[in-house]
Design a protein around this ligand. Sequence first.
Ligand code: HEC
Length: 122
Amino acid sequence: MKSKHGLFNVFVGRGLLALGLCSPLLLGACGESEESVVAPEVASDSVTYGDVAPMITMRCGICHIGGGTGPELGGWANLSDSVTATEVVDVMENGSMPPGGPRISVEELQRMQKWVGQGRMK
Ligand code: HEC
């Protein structure tokens, strides 16, 4: 009986983990395929805060969200500040952030550039 219980726990645990990974906060982690299935044109043309926030949280959040050494990048108001947004694109392009890497991917850079280019939509 003990082993069956264990399997059940593993199953439920995985289910919860999958739900957690697919939460709106971390859409970047698993939302790509869903987006391209639902509406590829819209997903690739229009970039909103929700499309860039997850990568900022994952790649930069540890030092830039909720108080840190660098500028605050958490929340639309902070990230969409025109000076901040331009700086963010700059450091992603020149690879100076995150310090010591790993470097942001081309796809992530392009997404950020589009968001800024399209007027930093909410
Ligand atoms: C390991 C901690 C750490 C991570 C991760 C990190 N930064 Fe920074 N960032 C800093 C520190 C410290 C500074 C301020 C000192 C400096 O300029 O080096 C800074 C400064 C900045 C600045 C101000 C301009 C500048 O060059 O000084 C920007 C913009 C910035 N970071 C963006 C980002 C972005 C975007 C990411 C994610 C792709 C990121 N950072 C990831 C630590 C970090």
